[in-house]
Design a protein around this ligand. Structure first.
Ligand SMILES: Cc1cc2nc3c(=O)[nH]c(=O)nc-3n(C[C@H](O)[C@H](O)[C@H](O)COP(=O)(O)O)c2cc1C
Length: 341
């Protein structure tokens, strides 16, 4: 089977709508991500040319191996879309069957597929037929409603279809991001299928990820919110696996990451839209340092890439805060709402 690299020593960047764009993927790869997923992209949008879909597919030779994540609910849409993506050189794909956002559920896509397993399987079958055995993963949750556990049966049936891997975010869709991820269900899935299982859910630090692998026996893992808050989580995790933990990120280290993210955004996109986006993301990285509010205000006054780089470099001089700062929780929610284009 031809899959992207899947191993505990090959952490992935998760699909993150609004965030796992080309510059962020390259940043995470440079920090040690062994593979990365695109933001979810609508199969219908690709077929009919919806706004934003092409931007999501922007890539670069350094952006390999890349997994294109699709969402949709009509098997007949996926045939031509897969043919087109394969013709354009994309090799690996993922079917989003876990997104709990209302806009996606309304179209019968994302986690709504968990309630219609025959449709989910039909879509996966079309994808596997087009891309070949092993080239398609499916990202699922435990089930739709609390207690309606469908993932084990579903995963066994997906295995029979030639799917290459299953990513499980072990929460129910109705839970969104509340409560704790049920890592014990990851272990149950590992025991139930021969397919590689990739863990997603509450991997906020290198330590979390090492524990998750040890406790569940998963074949691989992906960082999501953990990477948004600290893209060096990949390097930290890999170092910890080798028994060489990295020192905590100080201002100088963070300034280096932020500078890199700004440069990559400018190089690989450079639009006004991407300028505004990266400007709003920078304070996230300075979380845990003093005077982040003042930094945010200064950033809003930056109107050029140069000014942005210069202001962001100031992160180097911010001192660590003693504890959470006023307004920090509201400014950096761990459960960012995400809305696909
Ligand atoms: C801002 C944001 C955007 C996300 N976008 C997607 C997406 O496009 N496709 C998907 O399958 N999951 C998406 N997810 C879910 C993550 O990939 C991941 O499964 C989830 O956040 C659990 O991992 P974590 O607890 O380590 O963050 C998103 C999550 C967040 C917070």
């Amino acid at each position: 089977m031809r899959t992207p690299p899947i191993s505990p020593d090959a952490p992935w960047l998760a699909p993150l709508a609004g965030y796992s764009d080309l510059p962020f993927r390259i940043l995470c790869r440079r920090m040690g991500a062994a593979a990365a997923c695109t933001e979810m992209v609508s199969a219908k949008g690709l077929l009919y040319g919806g706004g934003g879909t092409e931007r999501i597919l922007a890539t670069h030779p350094e952006d390999e191996p890349l997994v294109v994540q699709l969402f949709g609910s009509e098997p007949e849409t996926f045939g031509p879309v897969m043919d087109d993506l394969l013709a354009r050189g994309f090799r690996w794909f993922d079917l989003n069957s876990g997104c709990p956002v209302r806009k996606v559920l309304k179209s019968g896509s994302g986690a709504a597929l968990l309630q219609r397993p025959e449709t989910l399987l039909a879509v996966a079958k079309v994808m596997v037929r087009a891309a070949g055995p092993g080239a398609v993963g499916v990202k699922i949750r435990l089930g739709f409603q609390l207690g309606e556990e469908v993932f084990l049966d579903l995963a066994r049936r997906l295995e029979d279809l030639g799917v290459g891997w299953i990513t499980l975010h072990p929460r129910y869709a109705r839970q969104m991001f509340s409560g704790q991820a049920h890592w014990d269900r990851l272990a149950a899935l590992v025991a139930a299928v021969r397919l590689p299982v990739i863990a997603s859910g509450d991997l906020f630090s290198a330590e979390d990820a090492v524990r998750c692998v040890e406790q569940t026996g998963v074949a691989g893992l992906m960082f999501a919110r953990g990477a948004l808050h600290d893209p060096s989580i990949f390097a930290r995790y890999l170092a910890l696996r080798r028994g060489e933990p990295l020192a905590p990120a100080d201002g100088a280290f963070l300034a280096g990451i932020v500078g890199e993210h700004i440069r990559l955004t400018r190089e690989f996109d450079g639009s006004l839209r991407s300028f505004r986006k990266i400007r709003s993301l920078i304070p996230r990285y300075a979380r845990g340092l003093r005077n982040v509010r003042a930094l945010r205000t200064q950033l809003l006054c930056c109107l050029t890439w140069e000014a942005l780089e210069e202001t962001a470099a100031g992160i180097e001089h911010l001192e660590p805060a003693d504890g959470p700062q006023p307004g920090e929780d509201a400014a950096f929610p761990l459960t960012d709402p995400y809305v696909p284009e």
